[in-house]
Write a protein that binds this ligand. Structure first.
Ligand code: AMP
Ligand code: ZN
Ligand code: ZN
Length: 407
């Protein structure tokens, strides 16, 4: 229970609700909602019609953009936001991974792996909150399906891409109306459509405009519902995306089979950061071949990956990786046959302008109507801990980088 005094008072006074009790509380006592709009590139905010996000920017804080972690994929970034850790410390180094110690594979489609806590290091914010007496509801947040640190959040659900967005918002509204000690003080929402449409139709397309509009309307619904239950002024809200999106095309292709013998290695990930696990004794030869033809990608041996990517120091990073130039697709002649390279993708270098992500926040503990310079998403864990007035676990972020957002 976040504030037992509040509950006791509510019970004693009978007529007083948790909601009205919250209203009088000081900073650190308001609930926190974290919303992710997957693949919402920072400049979509200017490119597309977003009346509800505009309202939040006008009444809260809009960052010029947020800098994702490397690699700019969904699970690494969501889990780094939740833990404040670079991926070499969080363990979620990509959406697809191989662990040489256990000889097991992880992927988003492999439910068993996603729900297996042994893949996840660090302490996500919902675990930190639960440990300090704040029930939480990390709905669909990557990692929330696994019992990290030995237990689940008070409220969580297996990922269901088909659950209507309005039903997700309704869950939050219902949670906010719980008045007993199971009332969550931390909640999340997740919307995937902007990312999906970005992949299928490209970032600058009518379809993405429609997807952005649909998500924005759901945020409008959320704001209206918060008004209806009298919570609009009492909830701290953070709206983020995990990464951006860039157009891909047939003329920007890297065929791996033209660069080295694919029989000599396992490709763990074809995606923009290509993860190559050479067979025994093949590392030098494959590296040499890739280095000789280095064009539209940078090839790294594991030991040479720049330290500042926060990536190299993990067992799950294989011996060779390719960091592919934004907009390029890594494939093979075989994979290419019959497939079309159109639409958009992400996963490229985290400093590429097209990979920039969204940050917006609004609430009683957040400044009104200011713009923030860019910052890295690893600082959000500290920010969220501060907003909930809980002690953060050790992490790679710094409150100093984001505290200008707070009142
Ligand atoms: P990607 O674009 O490959 O980095 O991943 C985005 C996709 O991840 C979305 O289209 C979602 O369907 C999927 N996704 C998001 N959250 C989850 C989850 N908790 N479990 C499985 N898949 C998810
Ligand atoms: Zn994503
Ligand atoms: Zn995506």
């Amino acid at each position: 229970m976040k504030n037992p005094f509040c509950l006791i008072l509510s019970v004693l006074l009978l007529s007083a609700s948790m909601t009205s009790c919250n209203r009088d509380e000081s900073s650190g006592q308001n609930k926190l909602l974290l919303v992710s709009i997957d693949g919402f590139r920072a400049d979509y905010f200017d490119l597309y019609e977003t009346p509800n996000l505009d309202y939040i920017a006008e009444n809260g804080v809009l960052a010029d953009y947020m800098i994702p972690v490397f690699p700019t994929k969904t699970f690494p970034n969501h889990y780094s936001i939740a833990t404040g850790l670079f991926v070499e410390n969080s363990g979620i180094i990509s959406n697809n991974m191989y662990d040489p110690e256990t000889d097991r594979y992880y992927s988003l489609g492999n439910r068993e792996s996603v729900q297996d806590a042994s893949w996840y290091s660090g302490e996500p914010i919902w675990v930190t909150a639960e440990k300090q007496g704040i029930p939480s509801a990390p709905l669909f947040w990557p990692g929330s399906e696994a019992p990290i640190g030995g237990s689940y959040a008070t409220y969580w659900s297996p990922y269901d891409d088909d659950l209507p967005y309005s039903a997700r918002v309704d869950s939050v509204i219902n949670w906010l109306q719980i008045e007993d000690e199971t009332a969550p003080g931390f909640m999340t929402l997740y919307f995937s459509k902007v990312d999906s449409y970005g992949h299928w139709y490209g970032p600058e397309s009518d379809s993405v405009a429609t997807a952005v509009q649909e998500v924005d309307q759901q945020i409008g619904y959320l704001l209206n519902e918060l008004g209806r239950i009298n919570y609009r002024e009492q909830l701290n809200m953070i709206f983020v995306s995990d990464h951006g999106m860039i157009e891909i095309s047939e003329d920007k292709i890297i065929r791996l089979d033209e660069l080295f013998n694919l029989e000599d290695a396992e490709i763990i990930d074809w995606a923009p950061v290509t993860k190559i696990r050479p067979d025994d004794g093949k590392t030098d030869e494959i590296y040499r071949n890739l280095k000789e033809s280095e064009r539209n990608y940078t090839v790294y041996r594991k030991s040479d990956i720049p330290q500042e990517y926060g990536y190299k120091n993990h067992l799950r990073v294989p011996e060779i990786i390719l960091v592919v130039s934004p907009g390029y697709t890594v494939t093979s002649s075989e994979r290419l046959a019959g497939s079309e390279i159109t639409g958009g993708n992400h996963g490229y270098l985290h400093t590429a302008p097209e990979m920039r992500s969204l940050f917006l926040a609004m609430g009683p503990d957040i400044k009104r109507g200011i713009k923030s310079p860019p910052f890295q998403n690893i600082h959000l864990y500290e920010l969220m801990a501060k907003l909930m007035n809980i002690e953060p676990s050790p992490n790679d972020g710094k409150l100093d980088s984001v505290k200008h957002i707070l009142n």
